[in-house]
Design a protein. Structure first.
Length: 276
């Protein structure tokens, strides 16, 4: 085989490899709650790099706009930032209405908003319970209710719900988060069964110990690298995950490469959760 034939063969193989792993996210409209920080921001940036049209929301308007500007500058793609507190039903409605007004449809919803709240049962007040349920469960319920009619009309869609391994196998002192995340996993399975005939996939990502702005804030006076080193000792793989690990899974579940995956709650935790 002559040299130019070898070069042509190499180029063809490279093209096939690119096609195999291209997620084909260009121009998909993806709405991410809690998209201005941490795992949500990492996902928004990666999805924008893949050519998707991104909508991010958050409670801090100026901070949200700055993060959207960062993504636009780095990717050159369209990013819509809409201030929204997902614990407020009227603001969720406005978020979806503005997204629909701009893009006419929503391909993917990522219910990412939420912070960890873990304490012993006797130290969790009624207010703590109500706030956590509203943020992590009812926000997802509201957002799903708002986007599903459009997805049904198009016979296509993907919903991704953030959860934790503790929603499957709770530790002591993990309330109220473990309960609300368990409810979110149940919601995921229930919706996946109900809307599968409309080609709408619903999956959950059970997050383990992953580096994020939340952990950095909790570190306070402690060196964050020291904190991560201590955390890694709990993980079978011996390391703490990176934000991009979560973002990669969000991207895959947003794509048609995952077209036969629905009703799952996927652990992304280095083997930490004792339940599959």
């Amino acid at each position: 085989m002559v040299l130019h034939q070898l070069i042509d063969l190499k180029i063809q193989c490279k093209r096939k490899l690119i096609t195999m792993f291209d997620l084909n996210l260009k121009d998909k409209v993806i709405l991410i709650t809690g998209g201005s920080d941490g795992l949500g921001f990492a996902s928004a940036k990666l999805l924008s790099e893949q050519g998707a049209k991104i909508v991010i929301c958050g409670r801090r308007g100026d901070f949200l706009k700055a993060k959207a500007d960062t993504i636009r500058e780095e990717t050159g793609n369209e990013v819509l930032d809409i201030p929204c507190d997902v614990t407020k039903a009227d603001q969720c409605k406005k978020l979806v209405e503005e997204t629909m007004s701009k893009f006419k449809f929503i391909d993917v919803l990522v219910n990412n908003a939420g912070t960890s709240a873990a304490a012993s049962f006797e130290n969790v007040s009624d207010q703590n319970w109500e706030e956590d349920i509203n943020l992590k469960l009812m926000a997802a319920v509201r957002m799903c209710r708002l986007v599903l009619p459009n997805m049904k009309s198009r016979n296509s869609g993907s919903i991704i719900n953030a959860a934790i391994g503790g929603g499957k196998a709770p530790n002591a002192g993990s309330l109220p988060t473990s309960v609300t995340r368990a409810a979110g996993i149940n919601l995921t399975k229930s919706l996946s069964n109900e809307f599968a005939p409309f080609n709408i996939r619903v999956n959950a990502i059970c997050i383990g110990l992953i580096k994020s702005a939340q952990w950095e804030r909790r570190a306070k006076d402690k060196d964050v690298d020291t904190l991560y080193e201590e955390m890694s000792k709990k993980v079978p793989m011996g390391k703490v995950g990176e934000e991009i690990d979560y973002a990669n899974l969000v991207a895959f579940l947003s794509s048609d490469k995952s077209s036969y995956i629905t009703g799952t709650a996927i652990n992304i935790d280095g083997g930490l959760c004792p339940v599959v």
